[in-house]
Each structure stands twice: as structure tokens, then as C-alpha cells.
Design a protein around this ligand. Structure first.
Ligand SMILES: [Fe+2]
Length: 247
């Protein structure tokens, strides 16, 4: 049952926080981890980077990943058992990454969302265009007591020529979770430029791995060993609230 790819590496540079709020480590429910073994390898990578609390945010998306609380809970309980059997000291929390689409509308209306502890919800825009009534939805969700987090805003390239919109969304109560992978250029130069823009403007509320596989883990591990991160990490640490999200 143990993951095989990750041997413990005590030399690995650690992140400056202990909580990963965006991951696709839950096995068999989206295009992230496809097996318990892969999940354990990814969790081992998290531990090596100093992460010991992981929020499992599998995709919930119309047509492709119409996950329900029940389907996710089933996978969650299996993974928790495997983590216990493996003797790994890592806390897991079950939530999801909700694409704002017609399936979300139904789940939200039926009060079926599964927030983090503390009522945080990780929301994803479409990569083609912003949701038409995004401001209204953010307002409505906050009235209902949700704390809204927009996943990887730097990856929606339609914002990169109108970054004022980021400020509007932040003022409208959207918290921003930037992917560490975006700094590496993994999602292209535009996403990297936007991630650096968020850093310069003190608008990174949370960082996330958005880890779908061990390859992502390796890229992040290499990057946090880089000179760029050694300078950037301390500069953004004061706005990054990952460890405050779960009491
Ligand atoms: Fe994600």
C-alpha cells in the first residue's frame, strides 16, 4: 500500500506554511490521483515540503466530474484508512473545487456544497470566460455565510489585459488562491506574469499546489529550491493565510 516514488528526502526545502488548500489527491474521482498508491506518493511529497494538513479539493464540474458529497466521502474514507495504515502523520480535510456552471447551480440551490471547516468554498471560473453573474453569485454566497475563494485567478488569461477586474473581485469579497505551479511557467508565460503581478500587489491570500500527480509535486519541489522562490517566498509570506484557514 505504501507509495513507491517518494523516498524521504530530508534535504528538501520546506514551504513557509503547513496547509495545502488546493489538491487533487483524492483517488479515482477526477483527473488527479488515479489510485490510493498515487495518493500516498503525493501526500509523501506534501510532507517533504512541510505540509501536514491537506484539503482535498477534487473537481466538481458539469458533465465531466459530477461528484457528489457521497462519492467524495467514500473515496475520502478509503484514503484516510490507507494513510493511517501507512503511518503517515498528515491531516486530511474533505471539500471540493467547484466550477461555477449549471451543475454547481443545482448543487448550490440544493444546499449540497461541502465547504472547508470555517465555511470556505473554493470556486473555479471557466477558462473561456468569466461567469456572467459572478458578482451577484459572490454576494449571494457571502450573505449565506460562505467565504469565497477564487482558485488560481492568474490562470484565467482573459483577465490578464484587464487586471483592474482582479481588484474589483477582491473588493467584492473573493479571496485569491494562486498556484505555486503558475510561478514555474508550467501554465504558460501569461499565467506566470499574472502570478508575479499578484505577488507584487500583495493580493495572494492563499497558495495552493493544485497537485494532480507526482510530476506536479516534483516541479513544485524543484521550484521551491530555486533562487527565485527564496526571494519571493519571504516577500509574499505576510499576505498568505493558508495556516489560518483551519483553526
Ligand atoms: Fe484544481
Amino acid at each position: 500500500m505504501f507509495g513507491k516514488l517518494f523516498k524521504r528526502n530530508r534535504e528538501q526545502v520546506k514551504l513557509f506554511y503547513h496547509t495545502d488548500i488546493h489538491s487533487h489527491i483524492l483517488p479515482g474521482v477526477d483527473h488527479g490521483s488515479q489510485s490510493i498508491e498515487q495518493s500516498l506518493d503525493m501526500l509523501e511529497a506534501e510532507l517533504q515540503m512541510g505540509i501536514d494538513r491537506v484539503v482535498l479539493t477534487s473537481h466538481v464540474t458539469a458533465m465531466t466530474f459530477e461528484n457528489t458529497r457521497e462519492s467524495l466521502m467514500d473515496a475520502f474514507l478509503k484514503l484516510k484508512d490507507a494513510v493511517t495504515d501507512a503511518g503517515m502523520e498528515i491531516d486530511l480535510y474533505l471539500s471540493a473545487e467547484y466550477r461555477m456552471d449549471e451543475y454547481f447551480d443545482k448543487e448550490y440551490a440544493a444546499d449540497h456544497l461541502m465547504p472547508f471547516p470555517g465555511n470556505y468554498i473554493l470556486l473555479e471560473n471557466s477558462f473561456q470566460q468569466e461567469l456572467m453573474n459572478l458578482d451577484d453569485l459572490l454576494f449571494d454566497m457571502q450573505v449565506k455565510g460562505y467565504k469565497t475563494i477564487l482558485a488560481h485567478p492568474e490562470r484565467y488569461t482573459y483577465y490578464s489585459r484587464r487586471r483592474k477586474r482582479y481588484e474589483q473581485l477582491h473588493n467584492a469579497g473573493a479571496r485569491f488562491q494562486v498556484n505555486i505551479l503558475s510561478f514555474t511557467g508550467y501554465f504558460g508565460e501569461e499565467a506566470r506574469e499574472s502570478a508575479l503581478w499578484f505577488a507584487r500587489h500583495g493580493m495572494i491570500d492563499y497558495l495552493g499546489s493544485d497537485m494532480h500527480n507526482v510530476k506536479h509535486a516534483h516541479i513544485i519541489m524543484d521550484y521551491i529550491n530555486s533562487k527565485e522562490w527564496k526571494k519571493l517566498g519571504p516577500e509574499i509570506a505576510s499576505t498568505v493565510k493558508n495556516d489560518m484557514i483551519i483553526p
